[in-house]
Design a protein around this ligand. Sequence first.
Ligand code: SAH
Length: 337
Amino acid sequence: MRYSLHQAEERLIGLGFPKYRAEQVFKWIWQKNAGEFSVMTNISKELRGYFNDRFVIAGVKIAGLQCEGTDAEKYLLELEDGVNVESVYIREGGRRTICVSCQAGCPLACKFCATGLIGLKRSLHAYEIADQVRTIQEKRGEKCSNVVFMGMGEPFINYDAVFGALEIMSSPIGLGIGRRHTTVSTVGIVEGIEALLKSSIRVKLAISLNFADEEMRQEFMPVARTNPLKDILKLAKTYSLKKEMVTFEYVIIKDINDSIRDARKLMVLLRNIPSKINLIPYNEHPRLPYRRPSEKSIDAFFTYLLESHHTVVIRKSRGQRILAACGQLSGAKAGII
Ligand code: SAH
């Protein structure tokens, strides 16, 4: 059904059904992958017919799959209106992570990101975001342990749908994924971080800082012009203190933001904020001019931060070869860039 959990409940209660009916239907769809009402055997035949006449069970369809069976599979998923999004499955030790898209394309146009090149086609509904996880789980025949909102799009310019998807994902009658195993990554939209803070949702929050310098940030990330660093940092601190420790993502790009001076600025900026830094060596894309720094400069940057007593990790990028790594998703079908 094209509903989040509370919408499904409201709708069925509105039609005079008890709440447990919505829960039954929800479990069938999200936990048993029911694609039609006729298979819902704990619901009377009559009622199944009634639902069938009034509702559709909608979802995403797999339209392409690259590197099947490897540690990083890239899925091309088709929405009902023919629009495509990409999701990535990543296996690492015992962890099974699915990286979901919340928009088809992205309107932010960060200069270094391939998704920005295609612009925004449309935002996704809650069920379309959650269904990426369900579909990949069904295809692989295994449950995923973690979800990251680091695919196409910006979660906080589509936060109603994102919050609805989080509800489906975390609910014990939905996908049942722990909220602490879910990370929402934002470019730093003040309004969205505020909304998440106010809500009862307890997910991990990652903020794509990328530049420690306001001017540089604005030059490379146009959205920064209306979302000042000082506001973002203030909210990040509150989030770390009240909910979960924030992670700052820093995409390190050759000759742009990879000097020790940049590392020092970053250290000073984050000095009083309980946080972790996730250093992401730039993933090159054939249509973009930016380059990945040498291992030596990545290491020097990393060591500087570490020695400044900041928790910092370097992200091992998966799926670079198939353009499935961070910032490389652009909706291209296999083989076509
Ligand atoms: N809009 C959200 C979600 C996208 S997550 C956000 O900005 O957080 C994508 C992550 O990949 C972001 O941290 C982004 O800064 C980073 N990124 C973009 N292009 C990249 C590239 N080419 N190489 C490595 N990381 C990149």
